[in-house]
Design a protein around this ligand. Structure first.
Ligand SMILES: [Cu+2]
Length: 467
């Protein structure tokens, strides 16, 4: 494949954007303070040791200046404070960065064509924004995603709130699989028959790029366990063995009422913050497990060290609510969004890749692929007005549906009583109908898509326009 630089691309095709270079945007979500020095995120192809079979080649990740790049760094930001990153592209294909769950200006959202130009090989793009919400988020490219994310480009973002309660320790877990053969090298990223069903599962599971890693934590202490499912396919059913684990936030936002972790389903793109009360005795091990499927799988272990701190999860102060606006339900307009399978067809090929198939549709429209001339928006929304997405899943599979740029509150579900949690990604079950309310308070075109990447890339993508 030829290297896609802006120069040879302009020669070869008519894909010419009219975008400016990314700079800070003034306005509601804009920067009140000067931007800090950008964090350098250099997109690179490298290698890593993920299995006993030896080094895996063709790993994609972000590193800084030189040295061996490993797992994408956990990016730390502070609620309401300016953050800046400079993406430099050393891959041999275009890329971008999307900041999943961050309610930031449209030009910073990282979707090629829709919000910014491709970042070609050798080029860079400056992202700058102030994250309005604290919590656990994540970042990934929005170009050729099955390849770029599948081969490593999924990283965790922690947005700190200085007012957060104090924990004795924090552990961040980036959960993802890899499609590797017995020789430790990448195999075909997907099988069409699986893309038309659940999506194609990886063959090697990791947490922080390690299989079943173990972390030390203070005995009897309270640990903030930040979990991000950054896999392209896998839905987890999480359980903690050997320690008390309390759910304190879902998808970055504090839950209205804390509850014990018990087989909570969490899909690609979603995050979970747990308060884990470590066992009192030194050496005792708590195990995070995925019990979805036939046999429970260990994800990671936490081992108690030192004398017990004898902490009590009940003593933990509440997390501050994020400033997500509340929808006005009396005036909210309803938008029907139906997820379905579609007749097989082929989407338009583009720089950001096609899988060569269409299997899925939103409101009976199959996403045509990333093109300069996309399909019409699902709905045109008025800035500041409230809306309710009436999402209905007519397929036999679950779909983690992600809305860019705005967070919604879960109002009701046909599957039973729901907690009114605030989120950016709803894992909708087969046959379920759910109502998601939000305020259209962020201008621009915002993607709405399934985060099982094979579903996204084979039709289950649309967008709303806020004007
Ligand atoms: Cu899906």
């Amino acid at each position: 494949m030829p290297i896609l630089t802006r120069r040879n691309l302009l020669k070869a095709s008519a894909v010419v954007g009219t975008y400016g270079i990314g700079v800070g945007i003034a306005g509601k979500f804009g920067m009140a303070e000067a931007a800090p020095e950008p964090q350098l995120l250099k997109a690179v192809k490298t290698q890593a040791t993920l299995t006993d079979a030896g080094v895996t080649k063709n790993i994609m990740t972000w590193g800084d200046a030189g040295g061996d790049a490993g797992m994408p760094p956990v990016l730390r930001m502070t609620k309401g404070k300016p953050y800046a990153a400079r993406l430099t592209n050393a891959l041999d294909e275009p890329t971008t960065i999307h900041w999943h769950g961050l309610r930031i200006p449209n030009k910073m959202d990282g979707v090629p064509f829709m919000t910014q130009p491709y970042v070609y090989t050798g080029d860079s793009f400056d992202y700058a924004f102030s994250p309005p919400d604290a919590g656990t988020f994540w970042y990934h490219p929005h170009c050729n995603t099955l390849t770029q994310m599948g081969q490593g480009m999924t990283g965790v973002i922690v947005v700190d709130d200085p007012a957060d309660p104090t924990f004795d320790s924090e552990v961040v877990l980036n959960l993802r699989d890899w499609r590797l053969g017995g020789d430790g090298q990448f195999i075909a990223a997907f099988r069409p028959r699986d893309a038309a069903k659940t999506g194609t599962y990886g063959t090697v599971r990791t947490a922080n790029w390690h299989q079943e890693p173990q972390y030390d934590a203070p005995a009897g202490g309270l640990i903030r366990l930040r979990i991000a499912v950054t896999d392209v396919t896998r839905v987890f059913s999480l359980k903690m063995e050997g320690a008390e684990a309390t759910v304190i936030a879902i998808d970055g936002n504090p839950v209205p009422k804390r509850f014990p972790l018990d087989l909570l389903l969490i899909g690609p793109g979603q995050r979970l913050d747990l308060a884990v009360r470590m066992p009192d005795s030194e050496g005792a091990v708590a195990t995070l497990e995925d019990i979805r499927g036939t046999t429970p799988k260990t994800i990671a272990r936490l081992r108690s060290v030192g004398a017990s701190l004898k902490r009590n999860v009940g003593d933990l102060a509440a997390l501050a609510e994020n400033p997500v606006p509340k929808a006005d339900l009396s005036s909210a307009e309803k938008i029907s969004v139906t997820l379905s399978a579609t007749a097989e067809s082929a989407p338009v090929d583009s720089i950001c890749g096609t899988l060569g198939y269409s299997f899925w549709a939103i409101n009976k429209v199959t996403w045509a692929g990333d093109t300069a001339d996309p399909t019409a928006p699902l709905a045109e929304l008025k800035l500041g007005k409230s809306y309710i997405l009436q999402l209905e899943n007519l397929t036999p599979h679950v779909h983690p549906i992600h809305l860019h740029g705005m967070s919604f509150t879960v109002l009701s579900s046909s599957a039973g009583e729901v907690m009114p949690f605030v989120s950016d990604t709803y894992l909708i079950q087969s046959g379920e109908s759910v109502e998601l309310a939000f305020v259209a308070d962020n201008l621009g075109d915002w993607l709405l898509h399934c985060h099982i990447i094979e579903h996204q890339k084979t039709g289950m993508t649309s967008y709303v326009r806020v004007v």
